[in-house]
Design a binder for this molecule. Sequence first.
Ligand code: ZN
Length: 147
Amino acid sequence: MSELRELYQSVIIDHNKSPRNRGEPEGANRRAEGHNPLCGDHVIVSARVSGDRIEAAGFDGRGCAISTASASLMTEAVRGRAQADVKQLFEDFHRLVTTGEARPDSELGKLEVFAGVHEFPLRVKCATLCWHALRAALEGGESVSTE
Ligand code: ZN
């Protein structure tokens, strides 16, 4: 196992063990649930949006290590960003987990720890579930399923 891969693994393990932004942020005004029947992941993503900006995001629910770590890292990554930037970030993240490669000028940052997911196609839905839920929440939806 390469050193980089070990680093990635340890970030995912850390965020699964100690998820950040558990629960709803204060004053949350967007919320949507996501289901991934294939793995049994269930995530509720909530956000406080002001104007075009996501001021805070949080999540709850139950899922595998990948889905939990992904939600934890996502809620950190989207805080303070404009909705259009978050849409772009989701596109970049989706490309990363399906191809293993990041767009050269993407702002994925820590989210690049999920590059290895592309080797496990069934896990792609685990990693992207929270993003689908966030997008649904921002678009005023209430729930989303990967199936
Ligand atoms: Zn899963």
